[in-house]
Design a protein around this ligand. Structure first.
Ligand code: 0X9
Ligand code: ZN
Length: 567
């Protein structure tokens, strides 16, 4: 009998005697819920009961180039969290924020830290009291029209984006659309991009505090080129024809290869971006094949009724650490579920040979947080980001950005109240079944998570909280140091270079993210990992990148686990 199997048997036996953390799973059983996560009492109450905008909230404004757009005058007050018992002590980083740009008018109070110090969470207790501001939570940010450097708040212009129009599900065609990289260091450049986006001529892909990647619609190229010329804005075309890239991105496997994989019991290959069915089939296969080690559980359903499937790997030792990893919050970031399933495969198929750091951990994986959006990117619109729940507002636009819907500082900067926006925050905190299920699971699982890792793309960043504003938690030095260790481990595999920093400082303020929420629950190592690349392919990363990206990410994960187990 293999040694880990002996261990499992031993611990399973101890379970009969009532040890609380044992792995009591019979073959095929789902893993049990546990009940000991420290839970700030009313995080959910952070939800805001926003009234739908009335006609009087809509006003017509003029754009600079004379055209008329309909702007929503968003003065709807956002109720602050009543009393976030998980309240963070926030520190203004003195060296972390590289944003040199003068913020938008509504952002002028960025430096006025919003923080409260009521905390029942050890890890959130301030270590440097002199730097902590103790403003009460009632003073949480109320502005909703913040313009951030990359993904900016948009007015409620009810212009449906691609994917909203096609109720008959015709595949969205990106022929002739281009992706441009623009340096945004010069004053005024972002304002121009914002105007173009409001008119739906371009949309935001990525970027950081000094550059923006934008998608320019085919029929807008002439117009946008003219405007950029007039404004003296230079740019690089990084993708000439987006549809061509999309067509080449995910070639089907040969029938022989398919047959080979089918016989193995599941269809996952990491040579392809797979449909949800293959991903879930793979998870079920592992649970069936390794019933004493692996189990799956549907922690809820998506809006369209798909399972939110978590896979747990655990040999059931009571001394194990616990780690939660998710992927696919944003539908179009295909490299994320591919990477998370790669981790699962590595640990599941080689558990015996794995290091103690891996074996002494209870692993929880949710590779596709947004299954409706993910499927939609396969069937209809490759570049869909949000979930697929229709907005109540005239049902014109669909989808909430799940990474703006989590109930910590929900409704603040960088999260839109416009259902047509790519960063729509949802009607209330946790209004979406997917984000709610994830949070409910973390709260109720009983696992004492040491780390929460959420995989996104792109940009090659290791981001730690806070995302909601340009402040950092009291232990940010730990997060920064560990982030740098992870980045070093990735680079040392001959891999990519990752930048490390707080997400608000390195990218842009964006509230309602899952990482902030996890941190506010007291999970010490909460990171958003923005996988490759840095913009050459962006979201349309060829399948040949799956293996190298996932392998280097695994090296980073191992480095984190070493710290979690040995300090
Ligand atoms: O904007 C996001 O949600 C993430 N970037 S992405 O390009 N994948 O969309 C960054 C999230 C960082 N975390 C928070 N702002 N809380
Ligand atoms: Zn993302």
């Amino acid at each position: 009998m293999e040694s880990w199997t002996v261990l499992v048997v031993l611990f399973a036996a101890s379970g009969v005697l009532g040890t609380p953390f044992i792995n009591k799973l019979a073959p095929g059983q789902e893993f049990p819920a546990k009940n000991s996560v420290r839970q700030p009492s009313n995080i959910e109450d952070a939800s805001t009961d926003l009234a739908e905008p009335s006609a009087s909230e809509l006003a017509t404004t003029q754009t600079d180039d004379g055209s008329s757009i309909v702007d929503k005058v968003d003065e709807t007050p956002v109720k602050a969290e009543a009393d976030p018992a998980a309240a963070e002590a926030a520190i203004k980083p003195d060296s972390i924020n590289p944003i040199g740009e003068k913020p938008d008018k509504s952002d002028s109070d960025v430096s006025a830290n919003v923080a409260s110090t009521k905390s029942d969470s050890e890890s959130l207790v301030a270590t440097e009291p002199e730097k902590i501001e103790t403003q009460e939570s009632e003073a949480a940010p109320t502005e909703t029209d913040h313009v951030d450097p990359v993904i900016e708040e948009e007015p409620a212009v009810l212009i449906p984006k691609t994917g909203d129009l096609s109720k008959n599900e015709v595949k969205v065609d990106y022929s002739g659309a281009q992706v441009w990289k623009i340096s945004t260091n010069r004053t005024g450049v972002r304002a121009v991009i914002t105007r173009l986006r409001r008119r739906n001529l371009v949309s935001t892909w990525g970027g950081d505090h000094s550059s923006a990647d934008i998608l320019v619609r085919h029929d807008a190229i002439e117009n946008v080129t003219r405007i950029f010329k007039r404004e003296n804005i230079s740019y690089d075309v990084i993708i000439e024809d987006l549809q061509k890239r999309i067509d080449e991105e995910n070639p089907p496997l040969s029938p022989e290869e398919l047959e080979l994989h089918d016989r193995r019991g599941h269809r996952m290959t990491w040579k392809q971006y797979h449909r949800l069915e293959d991903i879930h089939g793979f998870m079920e296969y592992l649970a069936k094949t390794y019933p004493t080690l692996i189990s799956t559980k549907s922690i809820g359903k998506s809006h369209e009724g798909r399972d939110l499937k978590v896979l747990r790997i655990s040999d059931g030792k009571p001394t194990n650490k616990a780690v939660f990893i998710d992927g696919g919050i944003h539908a179009r970031e295909w490299i994320s579920p591919a990477t998370v399933t790669f981790f699962i495969n590595q640990f599941a198929e080689n558990f015996d040979e794995e290091s103690d750091d891996i074996k002494n951990t209870d692993w929880y994986f949710l590779p596709v947080v947004n299954p409706d959006g993910y499927e939609y990117t396969h069937t209809t619109d490759r570049l869909w980001r949000k979930n697929r729940k229709p907005s109540n507002l005239a049902r014109v636009c669909s989808g909430t950005d799940l990474n703006r819907n989590f109930g910590y500082r929900w409704g603040g900067k960088g999260a839109s109240s416009n259902p047509c926006s790519e960063t729509f925050r949802g009607r209330t905190a946790f209004s979406e079944p997917e984000s709610k299920a994830l949070a409910d699971f973390i709260k109720s699982s009983g696992a004492n998570f040491s780390a929460y890792l959420t995989y996104h793309s792109y940009g090659q960043y290791l981001l730690y909280p806070w995302g909601y504003d340009n402040v950092v938690p009291p232990d940010y030095k730990d997060l920064d140091e560990v982030g740098k260790t992870i980045a070093k481990a990735i680079e040392e595999t001959g891999g990519s270079k990752y930048s490390v920093g707080s997400s608000s400082g390195l990218l842009y303020p964006a509230s309602g993210g899952s990482d902030d929420w996890a941190k506010a629950q007291g999970i010490k190592y909460s990171y958003t990992v923005e996988l490759s690349d840095t913009g050459r392919y962006g979201f349309i990363l060829p399948t040949s990148y799956i293996n190298p990206v996932a392998k280097e990410s695994l090296a980073g994960l191992r480095a984190l686990m070493k710290i979690i187990h040995h300090g």
